[in-house]
Write a protein that binds this ligand. Structure first.
Ligand code: 1CP
Length: 353
């Protein structure tokens, strides 16, 4: 059945739309009181992710408040390392951690290859439930972390500022890191294909930490594996029509390289100008982004003005999905999100006449 709101998918495929679609990274999250209530009901974040009914509930919450053009599966990129045997936990106020970390070839060899319909069945059940509940009102986005970004958490054992362990492995034992990235790529491919078969209508690969690499290392340790994933998905009969978005935070200077992956759209953060990026990629891909999330701390009038500037940078025609350049922060005012969503729809119509 076709979707009742075709803006998001049509923009990704550069087909005509009536207005620029918008969704927001981390649109379901702690800035919403109803999310905090669901999380409290679950007891903790991981239980929220692992309980399909609750994951579905929080996925739909932002759509009940705002006129968003897409839903994103509520889950986390770290479900894969958890299913590979690292035993993920979230400590209140401390972010993610693993009981088992990856430091050697032996550790990599011991990682399991999860079957998405068994170890990650809770994610697929959530996708099926959300897809059913959405009733084609808006498309559902599935996602995974990029192998490089996942490897940083798996090797460090959680969040990091210096990337000490990961970069040490990259420089001292690149073969071990490549082995890990290959293993992760296979798991990500199977995971995304399973999400598509369960009902997601577009997929996004989050490469949050690709931007901390130099250009050569980015190509060798991050882009290469994302390209491999795109290629495998596009060669799968049930998936080849499904648009793929690659988002490397801090990767705006490498868009010409990213186009070569065969993805349908590139997400960019606010450190680049959308008009420059559009010139570089031509009509090869759609673009997603790129408002500085901190603009949401400003007044609704300023939010409107800054949204208008980004729409103007992209200019006329399809191929733009409006988003923030990274996720919404927990202390942001939901009413400011509403102002942004409405401004994007109203101000963008003139670019689609
Ligand atoms: O309630 C809470 O305290 C948990 C906060 C939270 C949330 C709301 C985490 C823990 N994950 C999520 C959901 C989440 N994570 C989504 C949901 C869909 C949405 O509404 O957008 C998505 C797409 C992610 C993906 C994710 N997890 C990324 C990539 C995107 C990004 O933000 O860069 C990363 C890096 C993670 C790891 C992670 N999970 C959670 C936290 C706090 C972190 C970051 C840890 C760090 O500081 O490095």
């Amino acid at each position: 059945m076709t979707n009742k709101n075709p803006r998001f998918i049509n923009s990704l495929l550069k087909k005509p739309v009536d207005a620029t679609p918008i969704w927001i990274m981390r649109q379901a999250g702690r800035y919403l009181p109803e999310y905090r209530a669901s999380r409290q009901k679950a007891g903790n974040f991981l239980t929220l992710c692992k309980t399909p009914e609750l994951a579905c509930e929080v996925t739909l919450q932002p759509l009940q408040r705002f006129d968003l053009d897409a839903a994103i599966l509520f889950s986390d990129i770290l479900t894969i390392p958890d299913a590979m045997g690292q035993d993920l936990y979230f400590k209140e106020g401390e972010g993610p951690g693993f009981n088992k970390v990856i430091r050697s070839k032996k550790d990599v060899d011991q990682l399991l290859s999860p079957d998405p319909e068994s170890e990650l069945k809770y994610v697929m059940d959530a996708v099926r439930l959300i897809h059913h509940e959405l009733d084609n009102k808006v498309p559902l986005i599935g996602f995974a972390g990029s192998p490089w970004t996942l490897s940083t958490y798996m090797i460090e054992g959680g969040a990091t500022k210096t990337f000490q362990q990961t970069k040490s492995m990259m420089f001292n034992e690149p073969d071990v890191l490549h082995l890990l990235l290959e293993k992760l790529s296979q798991s990500v491919v199977q995971y995304l294909i399973a999400q598509i078969e369960a009902g997601v209508e577009a997929v996004m690969i989050f490469d949050t930490w690709g931007g901390i690499l130099n250009p050569q290392d980015y190509r060798e340790f991050s882009l290469k594996y994302m390209s491999l994933i795109v290629d495998k998905i596009k060669k799968t009969a049930t998936c080849k029509q499904v648009p793929i978005i690659l988002f490397t935070k801090g990767g705006g200077h490498w868009v010409k390289d990213i186009v070569g992956s065969g993805c349908d759209a590139i997400g960019v953060d606010w450190t680049v100008n959308l008009s420059d990026i559009k010139k570089q990629v031509g009509d090869k891909v759609a673009l997603q982004g790129n408002l500085d999330p901190c603009v949401l701390y400003a007044s609704p009038e300023v939010i409107q003005q800054k949204a208008g500037e980004i729409l103007e940078q992209f200019g006329h025609g399809s191929g733009h999905v409006f988003n923030l350049g990274h996720g919404v922060h927990p202390d942001m005012n939901p009413e400011h999100i509403a102002a942004l969503v409405d401004a994007v729809h109203e101000l963008s119509r003139k670019y689609h006449l």
